[in-house]
Design a protein around this ligand. Structure first.
Ligand code: HEM
Length: 732
């Protein structure tokens, strides 16, 4: 029997830093008890001290200058390419996205990770092969394991929760875990100050893309990443500031996870409330978990599966996954309210939501962040309903299938739909169809299997993607969520910060449909260096007149994770390295260069989160070249490293591969079809749901299957294999 890693861990435990869960270390030592782990980690910190390294546990945060080259220059490799978009992109070099057989060169500041070819030896990165305590993967399962293990048969733990993010370029001040400081040895400019100066609130509605483009992006994020030790919705159990907004105690004595954001005295918002300190708790690393000897850069752990596997629907650990199931007909549990299915009540409402009474809804989904904002909860509910819709249809077609088969088959189809929407409908908007096709992320027009699986490509979430690049799309968040009627008139709007962690609003009246139509009608905010004050001043304010600043948190998180500088990442992505601020002028405006030069002492100090968010966009994308390079790399890995990717055939080990006919049905999936099929009383949608209504994208009836195609599930009808009588024994 296969024992799965996360079977040791409950979802609640996974949210807590260093909670008492079993921890696999890179040498595959399994700590059975918290005490064993503590002993080991004490030994590690002694070792660190012996090596002259810091000890966060003792509050000794070394403050050594930012190393100027956290990222070694990428050796020239392969031809300069133009990405078929803009001549100004000629700096990006083809090997950024590994193509078949090409050795991918990575920053050398940390041990290189795997792209193509043989994996480089990295003693810190568990592969799970020789000493896998789980034993070998069992057989060749048709379905993905809930915790993502055994997707890669050579490296069974790749993509599982509690594995670290992939690092290209790090810049910990002490080479291990201390947040970076300026090359001058001084502090970097405060994250809140940078947020105020460079990322103000200037509302510009996007002329083309709907709010669903933003919201679906958050869904993709939550499927693939959540840094361990962060809460991302509710306030953290560790508080680094005093209740009146002052620093609780001098940093050197504070909780070793504290890294509070200092608020400037003349802050335009927080000063009015005498706030000088914004809570910020560091993510949990392999070092904290006692899984590192402390002589390498600490790596942040992820609590969800790294795969694109709809883990936000099904959970990332088997216990929670089992609790989410109805146990009948392959369905997931729901509670039906006025004839409409919603997710079941959260196991611990007050921990998961900011509810004001026990009656107020707060849901249990596969991901802990699902209640964070109403539109997110709407999409989580749509996906939940879609699973049950598929399971019921399959049951109708195949009454002989049991609960397990129905669950797994519906899950397999839903994951395929999800991957298809992500790769063929959503990502092209953000990173460009041409770029994706050129680097093997999509194959437009394909009618058969795409066998591009590469066993040695590590599918892990990349630091530069999750901690910087993808967070740029926080810019697309709208401060008001419009309620849209069937005739597409708006008759009101919800203020976002009134409803953080209060999802019950989606049940009131027709709000579920109104919010769903709002997602597909209201434009998102333009992706640019402007961010709504609903997230920069009022994030998670929970009834208070001020909240927190997500942009400042993004910047601080980049420092917490030791991301190398923007200049280093620029260089890594093929842009020339700057020696003076004006050298950023190829992609950053003169006004912003001036602001950067006033804030930062050196070009080598500029945070990746900051510089990347100021770049002008590559044509036909919503990002500049540095983030484009990182996001392309991420989704290349996510695709080719996934043995179960929906376009894959059985020849490459996808033992549950769709038939070619089924695959071509999956390829009809669109986000509009999902919204049509899983709303309550929505009868019209535009075919392209991520694009605003227009003459070329008009409203059509949901029953218009030409305009909004539906998957023909009859192709999943299985002719039962006749049971052969055992005449020999019968005769006897
Ligand atoms: C209303 C919408 C959203 C809200 C309120 C929100 C809020 C947050 C918060 C609070 C965090 C944790 C910050 C930290 O402690 O480091 C976070 C992380 C993140 N967000 Fe968002 N977000 C939203 C939408 C989006 C969108 C649209 C995207 C991308 C398309 C996105 C991408 C990310 C990423 C990549 C992370 C890091 C996840 C991890 O690895 O831990 N978010 N967001």
């Amino acid at each position: 029997m296969c024992l799965l890693l996360a079977s040791e861990v409950s979802s609640k435990q996974l949210q807590q830093p260093l909670s008492a869960f079993a921890c696999y270390c890179s040498d595959f030592r399994l700590f059975d008890t918290a005490k064993q782990r503590r002993d080991h980690s004490q030994a590690s910190s002694q070792h660190k001290l012996a090596c002259g390294g810091p000890s966060r546990r003792l509050g000794l945060h070394a403050r050594t200058p930012r190393r100027p080259t956290g990222c070694a220059p990428k050796p020239p490799s392969g031809p300069v390419v133009d990405l078929q978009v803009q001549s100004h992109l000629t700096v990006l070099q083809q090997p950024e996205i590994p193509q078949g057989g090409t050795q991918h060169s990575l920053c050398s500041s940390t041990a290189p990770r795997v792209a193509d070819g043989a994996p480089p030896p990295d003693p810190r990165r568990p592969t799970g092969v020789p000493r896998n305590p789980l034993g070998p993967c069992c057989g060749l399962p048709k379905y993905r394991a809930i915790d993502g293990s055994c997707n890669n048969l050579k490296y069974p733990r790749w993509g599982t929760p509690t594995l670290a993010m992939l690092v290209y370029c790090t810049q910990d001040a002490d080479g291990v875990h201390a947040p970076p400081v300026s090359v001058t040895g001084q502090k970097l400019p405060g994250s809140r100050l940078v947020s105020i100066v460079l990322f103000p609130d200037v509302p510009i509605p996007d002329p083309v893309w709907t709010l669903n483009s933003m919201q679906w992006g958050q869904i993709i994020t939550h499927d693939m990443s959540m840094a361990m030790g962060t809460t991302q919705a509710k306030s953290h159990s560790i508080q680094c500031c005093s209740p009146d907004g002052r620093l609780r105690i001098p940093p050197e004595y504070a909780n070793s996870y504290c890294f509070p954001i200092i608020i400037p005295e003349d802050d335009p918002v927080y000063a009015k409330f005498n706030q000088m300190c914004m809570n910020f708790v560091r993510s949990t690393t392999d070092l904290d978990a006692g899984c590192s000897t402390g002589i390498h850069p600490a790596e942040q752990l992820v609590t969800v599966t790294h795969w694109m596997d709809a883990s936000l629907v099904y959970a990332s650990n088997p216990q929670l996954a089992a609790q989410l199931r109805e146990g009948v007909g392959g369905r997931l549990r729901v509670q039906v309210k006025q004839g409409r299915p919603f997710a079941p009540d959260n196991f611990n409402k007050s921990a998961a939501c900011d509810v004001q009474s026990e009656d107020e809804p707060c849901y249990q989904f596969g991901d802990v962040r699902a209640n964070q904002n109403p539109q997110l909860t709407v999409l989580q509910t749509v996906l939940l309903r879609e699973h049950n819709r598929l399971a019921s249809a399959l049951q109708h077609l195949n009454p002989h299938w049991d609960d397990e088969i129905l669950y797994q088959e519906a899950r397999k189809i839903l994951i395929a739909e999800f991957q298809h929407i992500n790769y063929y409908e959503w990502l092209p908007i953000f990173i460009g169809t041409n770029n994706m096709a050129k680097y093997g992320l999509i194959y437009p027009g394909a009618k058969s299997y795409i066998d591009d699986y590469k066993e040695d490509v590590d599918p892990s979430v990349i630091q530069g993607h999750a901690t910087a690049g993808f967070r740029y799309f926080h810019s697309a968040i709208q401060g008001k969520l419009e309620l849209i009627a069937e005739d597409r008139r708006s008759y009101g709007a919800l203020r976002l910060s009134d409803y953080f962690n209060r999802p019950g609003v989606i049940e009131q009246g027709d709000n579920f449909d109104n919010l769903g139509r709002g997602l597909q009608t209201q434009p998102q905010e333009t992706v640019d260096p402007f961010f709504t004050s609903e997230i920069t001043d009022f994030l998670f304010r929970n009834g208070k007149p001020f909240g927190r600043d997500l942009r400042a948190i993004d910047i601080q998180r980049g420092r917490d994770h030791g991301l190398a500088s923007y200049n280093d990442y620029r260089h890594f992505c093929g842009l020339p390295k700057a020696t003076k601020f004006q050298d950023f002028g190829d992609y950053i405006s003169p006004e912003n260069i001036e602001k950067l030069s006033l804030l930062y002492a050196s070009v080598d100090d500029v945070d990746l989160v900051v510089g990347g968010s100021l770049e002008s966009h590559v044509d036909k994308t919503l990002v500049g070249p540095t983030f484009l390079c990182l996001i392309l790399e991420q989704f290349y890995r996510t695709r080719v490293g996934d043995r179960y990717f929906y376009e894959r055939s059985a020849h490459q080990g996808n033992h549950g591969a769709f038939t070619p006919e089924q695959l071509n049905e999956i390829r009809k999936t669109t986000v509009s079809r999902l919204m049509c099929d899983n709303s309550d009383n929505v009868y019209h949608m535009q075919p392209k749901g991520f694009e605003v209504l227009s003459h070329s994208n008009p409203l059509v009836p949901c029953e218009d299957f030409q305009a909004i195609p539906a998957i023909d599930l009859s192709l999943w009808k299985e002719v039962p294999v006749p049971v052969h009588h055992d005449y020999y024994h019968e005769k006897k």
